[in-house]
Design a protein around this ligand. Structure first.
Ligand SMILES: *Cc1c(COP(=O)(O)O)cnc(C)c1O
Length: 228
């Protein structure tokens, strides 16, 4: 017998339960309501047969990092399971803004004026309003997407004023080799002074820390679906 494909074995309702329990504990420690944190189950690279059990276990919010991949698997899943919501957490090319606005309920990677223009055009054309997050490159890593912290205030102001975009919050991905806490704190500080209520931060390794620093959206992949 060949090994079963990863997609059958990796995700399990018990992994989702363990993540849920850790979120509950982090909320309790931070004296926050569980309802103030949205768990985004990041299903990138996993096929529909791995996602189905997680939906069956009650998860309703999912994240993908590529438009093409999401287009291939989510329309059918969403048709079969009304009430799901889908978040784009990866970089977005301006020429895919049309597809992204059509498919996603939230976009976490707004990070340049040309993308703002493309999103504004599609939001108006489709009359769909995905929740928008500006990505902050808190570590100022050259290879990473996002706005430098020093340019964040001006960029958020431009999103609002120049493009008429309603920005819901900020997103960050701390450098892999650094403690995440200071990056979460910086993101929270920039959000607070710009009147932004939502913070998309925290992944499998650090979502409890992110909740401590105010995360409203945690993006958890491997802790739910297994290794990619
Ligand atoms: C893949 C990914 C995640 C989830 O990462 P895990 O470590 O598997 O939890 C979160 N955010 C972004 C932007 C990602 O690309």
């Amino acid at each position: 017998m060949p090994d079963a494909p990863t997609s059958f074995t990796s995700s399990s309702p018990s992994a989702l339960t363990a993540v849920e329990q850790e979120i509950l504990r982090a909320c309790r420690d931070a004296k926050r309501e569980r309802a103030s944190v949205t768990l985004i189950a990041v299903s990138k690279t996993f096929a529909a047969d791995a996602i189905e059990p997680v939906i069956a276990a009650g998860q309703r919010v999912f994240g993908e990092n590529r438009v093409q991949e999401a287009k291939g698997k989510w329309p059918a899943l969403m048709a079969a399971h009304p009430g799901l919501s889908l978040h784009l957490i990866g970089p977005l090319q301006s020429n895919k803004a049309k597809e992204a606005v059509a498919l996603f309920d939230a976009i976490h990677s707004v990070d340049r004026p040309s993308l703002c223009a493309a999103l504004a055009k599609e939001i108006a054309a489709q009359n769909r309003h995905p929740q928008l997050f500006v990505q902050i490159n808190t570590g100022e890593e050259p290879q990473k997407a996002g706005i430098a912290p020093g340019e964040a205030d001006a960029f958020v102001a431009a999103c609002r004023k120049d493009y008429g975009l309603e920005i819901s919050g900020l997103m960050c991905i701390p450098p892999v080799d650094e403690a995440p806490g200071p990056h979460f704190a910086l993101t929270a500080k920039i959000a607070a002074r710009n009147g932004l209520a939502n913070l998309s931060m925290g992944m499998s390794a650090d979502f409890a820390t992110a909740i401590q620093f105010g995360a409203t959206h945690v993006r958890v992949g491997s802790a739910i679906f297994g290794h990619r």
